[in-house]
Each structure stands twice: as C-alpha cells, then as structure tokens.
Write a protein that binds this ligand. Structure first.
Ligand SMILES: [Zn+2]
Length: 451
C-alpha cells in the first residue's frame, strides 16, 4: 500500500530537522519521500491513501531497547521487593511454570500495549521455544523487534539448541520485522567460559543467518546493581580488577554489537571500556527506581560519546511499556540527581528514544528517523488537546506533557498497524482474554506444584 501523510509537523529526528506543513510519502515498506506538503502532493496523488495530519506531529516510532515482553502476563504479580529476592523467591519460581504458550500470550499483550503507546520496535530478552515464542507474537501484531534467547550457565545444551532454532527461523523474517539476538543473562549468571562460547556462537550464527547490514547482536544485563562485581567474584572465583565492563572486556566479549541493559554501577574505567569497544547502553530509569538498583550515569556516558538508548525493562519491574513516561522520567531524574536542569534536555531525550535506540540495536540503516529509503515506522500524535496546548516547541510537549494515549496512528514497515486508536492486526479484547485465561491457569499450576 502507498500512503501520503500530509499537512503535518514532521519531526524527522535526522539532525533534529523539523518540517512544518510537511508530508511523508510511503511506498510499500519504505519512506519514498519527505518534504513540504505542496510539493509532495503534486508528485504523489493518485493511488496513495491520504492521511491528513493537520495539527498533528509525525515522528519516528519509539524504540524500546530493553524488554522481557512475555512478562506482561506477570504484571503486578510481585512488587516492592529487593531485586534478588524478587527474582529468586517470586519471579523465577512462577516463570518455571510458564509454558511457551504463556510466553507467546504475554508477548502479544506487550506488543499491543507497545503499539498503542507509539513504540514500533522492541528489543526483548526471554526464553525461546520453537512453536510459541515472542517472535511469533510480534510478527502477528505487526511489531518490529529484536527477539533474543536468554542464556544461563545451568542450561547450556538447551540454550545452544534454542539459539540455532531462533536464528534459523526468525532472523530477518516476517518481512524483515524480526531480527534476533544472543542474550547472555548477566555476567553473574553466565560463567566466563560460557560467556566466550556465546560470543563465538553468535559469530557462527551471523555467518549463517546474519550480515553486516542486519547483524545478530548481543543483548545482556550489565552492571544493574552495585553488588554485581561481588556476585561475579563469589560465583566464579575470579578477581575483578576494574569494573564489570572491564571484566567482560578481559573475556573479549565486548563490541559495537553489544547492547548493555542498565549500566547503573559503572566505574570510570568501565566508561572508557564502553567507549573504546563502542558498547551501546539501554537506560531503564523506571525499573532502576522501582527495584532501587541505583541511577545510571547517563550524562557522563553521553559526554563520552557513548550511544545511550531507552528501555522500559519488563512489565514486572516497571510496570508499563510506556516510552513517553520513560522519556519524562529520564529527563527529570538526571536533572535532579545532577542538580542541573540543563543536564538532560528534551531534544536529547527524544533522540535517545528514537535514532539512538536504532543505533543501539545496530539497525539505524533502516529505522530511527524519517528519511528517504528507511523503513516506514512512524507515529502520528494529535496535539489538539488541553494538555498539549498551546504549542511552542514539539520536543518539550513530547517529553514533558504527552501521554502514550495521545498516539493516534501507528505505521510499522509501511503498514497501518493502528489507525485512529484502532488496532488492525490484532483484536485487543481477544488478547486480553487470552491473558486472563493464561494467568488463571498459571496460578493453578503454581499452587499445585507448591503443594
Ligand atoms: Zn531486564
């Protein structure tokens, strides 16, 4: 389908360029043209479905660079606990009772919530199974995603099989919507030898299924809490001279295709290492606040020239997939912690949620900005609302005042995924009903296994 969006304010996110009275022409999956409405109208008339964006903002879809999409099924199951107790006593035991179908159902819910909130790409880490998995859920919802399989030292044989199956069946699949990743859970749950093996495994998978333009990346939790260094030392009987990032570098596993979620407890040496190895960061302020993990030194990373993107983390540690909320909290948090209102401006925050997110996923050749030749992943927001009125600067409203529910229309890969707040690919009521049933069955299984 060809689409002409016209009369809107286009936030291209390409060098912060804004086009007023602007238009975007979409042909198939691709952005064919971007410019002034009066010019594009002449070129793209017949055969184009018209969308009038008068009084509206058109911008690239938001990119959530750290999720565990399946966990929407567990939203609100356990809160207000320290990270380790939360994981070991609550989350991991209930997860043991989750079936692949539960994972698929939870991921469908996250996909719906993400799209309805203007997020067009989600980087997710979870357990992969052949028939039902997060990749299938995203593909069915029409959501773009990087879907990983999370690896632990205690299940290497299963991981190896899962990674091969995931890459073979899903990398660059579903019209290019889905890419995959290799996800060592964290440096304290993956032993040093396995960490190295997984890097090699990713290399082999890239030779078979990936390419320089669409690489299979590595997605890992790194330096989430300040005691991570101690946990690594205790668990694997190793000595960490520098920080956690320095330790991973000594194993030779860091590169520009590694996205590190959290990056809370970083030493200055770690920051140097990240810069040197071009490691990308996913900042998850809501999760870090909720689990009391700490605050990532984001302005320091930015000053060093490190790519910093934004993520929500799981629906159990956030508990929403709302990237507008994440943008606002990012901007506010770093102002107050640095006692400097200039430290995290709205323009920069918006970049972190779009073009920097694309870079963090090594996908900036196709997404993250509205540019000719890129994939048509964009969202339209209605600004004619009391809480977005009057208008001086779009970036300010988008970061400080807009809500996920202000997103009116979502286009992913050239396809109208949500139009005037109506989801096209999926029946929202049905997805919620599937989750209600899955939740009840899951609790029954959990209670039966406890007895
Ligand atoms: Zn996480």
């Amino acid at each position: 389908m060809n689409i002409l969006i016209q009369n809107g304010t286009i936030l291209t996110m390409q060098n912060r360029k804004i086009i007023r009275q602007g238009a975007v022409a979409i042909e198939g999956e691709t952005i064919a043209d971007v410019g002034k409405t009066h010019e594009l109208k002449r070129k793209y008339g017949r055969g184009y479905e018209k969308i009038d964006a008068k009084g509206k903002v058109v911008m690239p879809g938001l990119i959530n660079t750290h999720q565990h999409a399946a966990m929407s099924l567990l939203r609100g199951y356990a809160d207000d606990l320290p990270l380790q107790e939360w994981l070991e006593k609550w989350i991991w035991p209930i997860e043991k009772n989750m079936t692949p179908h539960d994972i698929y159902v939870g991921a469908l819910l996250t996909a719906v919530e993400s799209i309805m909130g203007g997020t067009t790409t989600v980087n997710t880490m979870y357990h992969y199974a052949h028939d039902y998995n997060e990749a299938r859920a995203f593909a069915e919802a029409g959501l773009r995603g990087v879907v990983g399989h999370v690896c632990f030292s205690w299940r290497k044989t299963d991981d190896r099989k899962a990674l091969e199956d995931l890459a073979k069946n899903w990398h660059n699949k579903a019209d290019g919507l889905i890419r995959v990743s290799v996800d060592p859970h964290a440096p304290y749950t993956v032993d040093p030898e396995y960490m190295k093996e997984l890097k090699q495994a990713r290399g082999h998978l890239n030779e078979k299924y990936g390419s320089e333009k669409s690489p299979i990346i590595c997605h890992m939790h790194i330096a989430e809490t300040s005691d991570e260094k101690k946990k690594i030392q205790r668990t694997f009987k190793v000595q960490l001279k520098n920080g956690v990032m320095g330790y991973l570098d000594s194993l030779g596993v860091l590169s520009k295709h590694v996205i590190a979620a959290h990056c809370v407890a970083l030493t200055d040496n770690d920051l140097e290492t990240m810069k040197k190895r071009r490691v990308k960061a996913s900042h998850n302020p809501v999760s870090n606040l909720k689990l009391a993990s700490g605050i990532s030194p984001v302005p320091k990373m930015l000053r060093k020239g490190i790519t910093v993107s934004l993520g929500t983390d799981s629906p159990c540690s956030n508990n929403s997939a709302d990237m507008f909320e994440t943008m606002k909290i990012t901007a506010l948090l770093h102002k107050v912690i640095n006692k400097d209102a200039t430290s995290m401006p709205a323009d920069k925050t918006l970049e972190m949620a779009t073009i920097e997110g694309a870079k963090a996923l090594s996908w900036e050749n196709e997404i993250g900005s509205i540019e000719v030749g890129k994939k048509a992943d964009l969202i339209i927001l209605d600004m004619h609302k009391p809480h977005l009125f009057p208008l001086y600067a779009e970036a300010s409203h988008l970061v400080y005042a807009a809500k996920a529910s202000d997103v009116e229309t979502v286009i992913i890969n050239g396809r109208l995924t949500m139009e005037n707040r109506v989801m096209t690919a999926l029946n929202v009521e049905k997805v919620m009903d599937m989750n209600r049933k899955a939740k009840n069955n899951l609790l029954e299984r959990l209670n039966a296994n406890v007895k």
